[in-house]
Design a protein around this ligand. Sequence first.
Ligand SMILES: [Zn+2]
Length: 100
Amino acid sequence: MSKLHTFRGSCHCEAVTFEIDTDLHELTTCDCSICVRKNALMVKVHESAMRILSGAAQLTTYQFHTNTAEHYFCKTCGIYPFHRKRVTPDYYGVNIFWSL
Ligand SMILES: [Zn+2]
């Protein structure tokens, strides 16, 4: 297990800010119908390693198919910062491309 680093993320208008602790061991893209449109590079983190610092009320969710996954995006700027996963709902997939 490599060392954990804390990364700070935000949406584009910076209403939504958050931190994650990750060793970036597993970066993924996803071929589901929504992810191919977002073309996001994601890292999977447990909910205990994710802290929303501001803007929780700015987030809204989009759900489809089984309505299990929650795809969060900012109401103002439309950026997708993270989603709660369908198969492992106690994990977030976090949009990490901005911070690498
Ligand atoms: Zn925003």
